[in-house]
Design a protein around this ligand. Structure first.
Ligand code: AMP
Ligand code: ZN
Length: 113
């Protein structure tokens, strides 16, 4: 399987890691859309959020906990931050290994583009 984010997990492709444990990795987005733009990914390959199984619920919940901790560490928790999962083509998903986008550091707009 040729997956960019699995290669990042395996350190075959470099990334700027902000958090890592045995189940997940968080790293800076290479093309940031906000002053803080971090991707949080499970080490388990899951292609889209549609493939999240009930057995993955704790893993995905832990990704939210990691996002909260990163927002606190970066000092943006109280100001605000946005978490996004894109799923499939119309949402703009480009990498088919689920990733939680964390955006912060500027005013976000609504509705999103
Ligand atoms: P999505 O459009 O939701 O699939 O988001 C994919 C994200 O991965 C985009 O924001 C890209 O900028 C980001 N990305 C692609 N390649 C890399 C890379 N090598 N390192 C870090 N982020 C990347
Ligand atoms: Zn993968």
């Amino acid at each position: 399987m040729d997956c960019l984010f699995c290669k990042i997990i395996e350190k075959k492709i470099p990334s700027k890691i902000v958090y890592e444990d045995n189940r997940m990795l968080a790293f800076e987005d290479i093309n940031p859309q906000a002053p803080i733009h971090i991707l949080i990914i499970p080490k388990k390959h899951i292609s889209t959020v549609l493939e999240i199984a009930p057995a993955d619920n704790e893993l995905v919940g832990s990704m939210l906990q990691a996002a909260n901790n990163i927002a606190r560490d970066k000092g943006v928790a109280d100001r605000g931050f946005r978490l996004v999962f894109n799923c499939n083509r119309e949402a703009g998903q480009e990498v088919f290994h689920i990733h939680l986008h964390l955006f912060a550091g500027r005013q976000m707009h609504w509705p999103p583009g």
